[in-house]
Design a protein around this ligand. Structure first.
Ligand code: DAO
Ligand code: DAO
Ligand code: DAO
Length: 207
């Protein structure tokens, strides 16, 4: 890989391409405020999207527009709503991540989006929690350096792998949309990362 990208703060590196065709659009840092005082660095993330899908889906709509005519907001919204294959790769930096923290962070961050996009009485939430609980016992630890890939595959299947091993796969447009929203939605974890992603996405669209 001639163009891997390294996060200067954590030293974590992301390949420029995943699989054959998922192109890295940007990287960022997920921090979390604990006990209302200090921020800890939890993981770095890289957002990837399939370049063929980008050109097929977004190229058709935006290919003829000049750069100044394209609204980045529309582009990102289309990316999230479409079924363009994507991966968000998380590389864990925090050294003491427990399943309990993952579960409560998930309930807070993703739970908030599930409600926003799906309404509070979506059954998805309960099913997810059940599935998650059946997969991961509280004693399970996620060591520093672990790589978690959250991938949106065709037909809005969310596939999760930890260090390359598949741990679960679930078809839910709502869940895919909610997870992507954490990274490229209106209130993203890392604003600068989202800006990079917008710029790189716009420049990926073939003229
Ligand atoms: O130990 O209570 C603690 C602080 C850790 C909080 C980290 C939560 C963020 C978890 C998101 C992980 C997703 C893989
Ligand atoms: O950072 O708040 C957050 C949530 C990130 C999404 C969490 C996905 C959890 C993946 C499950 C792997 C469990 C070991
Ligand atoms: O309590 O609102 C809730 C839901 C918590 C569910 C925790 C599930 C974490 C699942 C990660 C799934 C990634 C495929």
């Amino acid at each position: 890989d001639p163009y891997p990208v390294t996060d200067p703060k954590t030293g974590v590196t992301f390949p420029s391409v995943l699989g054959d065709s998922r192109r890295l659009l940007g990287i960022g840092l997920r921090r979390k405020c604990v006990m209302g005082l200090k921020n800890i660095d939890v993981y770095t993330f890289g957002v990837y999207a399939d370049i063929g899908d980008i050109n097929k889906v977004l190229g058709e709509k935006y290919g003829k527009a000049s750069a100044s005519e394209i609204e980045n907001k529309d582009l990102i919204d289309d990316l999230m709503e479409s079924d363009i294959c994507m991966t968000v790769r998380l590389q864990i930096v925090y050294g003491r991540l427990s399943i309990r923290s993952v579960r409560s962070a998930f309930a807070e961050s993703v739970g908030n989006r599930l409600q926003k996009f799906g309404g509070s009485d979506s059954t998805d939430n309960k099913e997810l929690l059940q599935w998650f609980t059946s997969q991961f016992k509280d004693e399970f630890k996620i060591p520093q350096g672990s790589i978690i890939d959250l991938s949106r595959e065709q037909d809005h299947v969310l596939r999760t792998t930890i260090d390359g091993k598949e741990v679960g796969s679930i078809q839910s447009k709502l869940l895919c949309r909610s997870i992507l929203d954490l990274y490229i939605g209106d209130d993203p974890f890392d604003r600068r990362a989202k800006e990079d992603i917008e710029l790189n996405l716009a420049s990926c669209i073939q003229k």
